[in-house]
Design a protein around this ligand. Structure first.
Ligand code: SF4
Length: 216
């Protein structure tokens, strides 16, 4: 066992039901009790973290294995009292966003969607060379997640949903969004937006993932 073992090295997962022993490196056992108590306290009462934690647990417990993620987002939005849902969408998933908007509105929620290319700023304006564009020699707007967040902040959305933002652009959106953020679609351009497929198939078809030949 490596000296810095963590939960990914644990075969017991006893923190879930306490039905087995805890391993010697257990992060539950090693936690500072007062730090844990402080966090647990934040889930109690009427603060935003507490209401969010209860709403998420209620959706999980009520609909476990019964609802799609689209429906779970609606159930979660209702439980946190959200009326206005912001959508930060990728241009490549705009058709999916249009359907999602119709569904949210059919369930009585207001929507406000902002495309990743909003502002229409060419990539070269932030120092990205033309060779790094998907199509060279023409205007190609950068993804603008901070502006997406600022527009949704100005719209006072109650919950923001990511539809397929790129890796890293999603990070910036989450960093700058004032409203809580959840994800409907995690973009994977190769695997039909199912990034877990790379993990399911890493033992054979995607074994290159486990023996990298060069730094990505
Ligand atoms: S907290 Fe402890 S029991 Fe739970 S997964 Fe991590 S190491 Fe295992």
């Amino acid at each position: 066992m490596k000296s810095d073992a963590t939960c990914s090295d644990c075969g017991l997962l006893s923190c879930y039901r306490r039905d087995k022993i805890f391993p010697p490196f257990c992060l539950t056992q090693a936690s500072d009790p007062s730090a844990l108590a402080e966090v647990v306290e934040s889930y109690r009462g009427e603060g935003e973290d507490a209401r969010t934690a209860r709403a998420a647990a209620e959706v999980e417990g009520t609909y476990y294995g019964k609802l799609t993620r689209v429906e779970e987002i609606i159930a979660f939005a209702n439980r946190i009292g959200a009326k206005r849902v912001g959508i930060a969408t990728c241009i490549g998933l705009i058709e999916e966003t249009r359907v999602f908007v119709k569904i949210l509105e059919a369930h009585g929620l207001e929507t406000y969607a902002v495309l990743c290319k909003v502002g229409s700023v060419d990539k070269t304006e932030i120092g990205i060379p033309d060779e790094m564009k998907v199509a060279r020699g023409c205007h190609e707007s950068l993804c603008n997640p901070i502006f997406q967040a600022k527009i949704l902040n100005a719209q006072k959305t109650d919950l923001n949903v990511i539809v397929g933002l790129c890796v890293g652009h999603d990070s910036l959106f989450m960093k700058h969004s004032e409203a809580l953020v959840t994800t409907l679609i995690t973009k994977d351009r190769v695997l039909g937006h199912n990034p877990a497929a790379a993990l399911y198939t890493a033992g054979f078809y995607y074994k290159r993932l486990l023996s990298p030949e060069k730094k990505l």
